[in-house]
Design a protein around this ligand. Sequence first.
Ligand code: AP5
Length: 208
Amino acid sequence: EKSEPLKIMISGAPASGKGTQCELITHKYGLVHISAGDLLRAEIASGSENGRRAKEHMEKGQLVPDEIVVMMVKDRLSQTDSEQKGWLLDGYPRSASQATALKGFGFQPDLFIVLEVPEEILIERVVGRRLDPVTGKIYHLKYSPPETEEIAVRLTQRFDDTEEKAKLRLKTHNQNIEGNRSKEEVFAQIDSSLSELLQERNTAPSSL
Ligand code: AP5
């Protein structure tokens, strides 16, 4: 008898190490790695209208609108490999509306991982990051340098990996935590999530 495949979501600030941990997790657990950012960069590379619109937001460090991101992620999660091997969703959800939308399609994780890293370290990680276009591997000039000179000369940098753009991405990320509002407002959001959760538990037939 085969057990249910694992479903995991991983979240964290820009350059907190999501992609790096996803490489290690998929290597050991064989899940399908689905990165919202990678899906968007593939869309840009395809030259589509959605890709063009997405890039405008990504250049400013802002979230790409839900109407582009939600269906893109939902379609990828629905593919056979994800259903059979399980999935590791990286960089989604990034807002309450994204979480609600995916839940509406019946996708819920067994585990939600949040990586916490101090801000001053995040900027250093972004600026030193390099990618190998041949293997897709993530490097860092200081913390995870390329193994050979051959790899070193072909490394590329992402278009949004400058200090200036990383600061904009961080600002967007911090807004999404929404913890820097009045205690009543923060509690209202927590309260609505918790009561929703309790209501689901009470109505879910599978909990018996
Ligand atoms: P996305 O591609 O998801 O970028 P991000 O969130 O900014 O995260 P990164 O890919 O920059 O970092 P990471 O956490 O994967 O870190 P990594 O492992 O590479 O999103 C890009 C944009 O797309 C967004 O700004 C937004 O516009 C849009 N977007 C994406 N998802 C969206 C969504 N759901 N809705 C709307 N818009 C969306 O590590 C970073 C560096 O640090 C590397 O060099 C690595 O080698 C090094 N490193 C990693 N771990 C360590 C460690 N433990 N010690 C030392 N160095 C380390």
